[in-house]
Design a protein around this ligand. Sequence first.
Ligand SMILES: *Cc1c(COP(=O)(O)O)cnc(C)c1O
Length: 452
Amino acid sequence: MTKIPYKIFLSENEVPRNWYNLKAVMKEKPSPMLHPGTLKPCKKEDLAPIFCEAVIEQELNEKDKYIEIPEGIMDFYRMIRPSPLIRAYNLEKALKTPAKIYYKFEGTNTSGSHKLNSAAAQVYYAKEQGITTLTTETGAGQWGTALSMACAYYDIDLIVYMVKVSMNQKPYRKTVMETYGSKVIASPSNTTEIGRKILEENPETGGSLGCAISEALEIAMSTDNCRYVLGSVLDHVILHQTIIGEETKTACEKYGIEPDIMIGCVGGGSNFAGLIAPFMGDKIEGKNNIHFIGVEPASCPTLTRGRYAYDFGDTGKITPLLKMYTLGSGFMPSPDHAGGLRYHGMNPILAKLYHDGYFEARSVEQTKVFEAAKEFMRHEGILPAPESSHAVRVAMDEAKKCCETGEEKTIIFGLSGTGYFDLSAYSSYNAGTMTDYIPTDEDLEKGFATLP
Ligand SMILES: *Cc1c(COP(=O)(O)O)cnc(C)c1O
């Protein structure tokens, strides 16, 4: 048998040309998105003032299993893809495990994460439609950075509402976005009605993701030729991220790799769903029996302790209602260092699959996550994002189990990004000042009380 290379890169003619639409394969479909006013399923017209037409089509598409990636997006993907599938030979040796560990590394582009896969697609479609300005929010900053890169490439103006506390914590994120040409505004701001109202009530507030979403939406709806873009949670974002899984599957088929376990971290669900989509589709069709594990922070336990219910996507309660696992849009996560995983809800496709028992969810505490991150970087040489390190933790745990049982399981996990902007978190871990916060049932009840 051919020895598996340390890094598997697909060549240009092997690179997949389609996204994988999991909804087309699901036997039972996820419940539809509801209009917050009428409580009827959202139609194209309802979403058209907010989103670009092509992504609305994708959001509502339950028919086509494969959706061809337009050449204009492939041009961008060629700059940043394919990403490598890496065999963690060094980590395996260090753990003395009989397991075979692979990771699909999405952190090789300048933005440092998988988010660019959807940013490029969404900006391309906006350009095709003649949109001239896009707005968005960013919390931890990865999404804003990815979108800034894509907007620079396709030449579209971008306004980013960045949560004020994050802006103060990660000033260089702002610099990167501005260098790509974006306008970055600390939220809440006095540039919107909702921002002015929040500031009047609470001048000292550090802002929140929910508030930044409300500001970005307000500008999108009141500006000509302007639309809003979102970096996770929605089905079209998941669709764009399936390029990760499509490449992984092609590589697996080429080298005869058959995963027993696939693992990813889950915030809104996009990198995990993107990685597993074609494998999950096969599982639904009875072609494999892979054990999928989504990993979330114990501080924001959406799947493991949340409710399966309709809820708003934002704190301001202006978005359509999504049927998902949720902690309540009013849930206030603790200041955990994995900013990208601090979201109260979950993508509706993943939520439905989880509800129907197609995958396992596990929650882990942040000090355990950083412990795994440090061990991983010593052996594999990559400084992982705190978000991605949740997947590293569980991959290592599963590999250690194989030490006990002697099973040669094949594990593939998603390494969604790098952690160069998260060094204050690493400092805190190194200094021994990092703590673990796990919400009590009473804390969660407060969030559930905000469910509509
Ligand atoms: C945003 C982010 C996540 C979480 O978002 P998902 O939509 O759940 O993938 C995970 N990892 C990194 C590196 C991120 O930037």
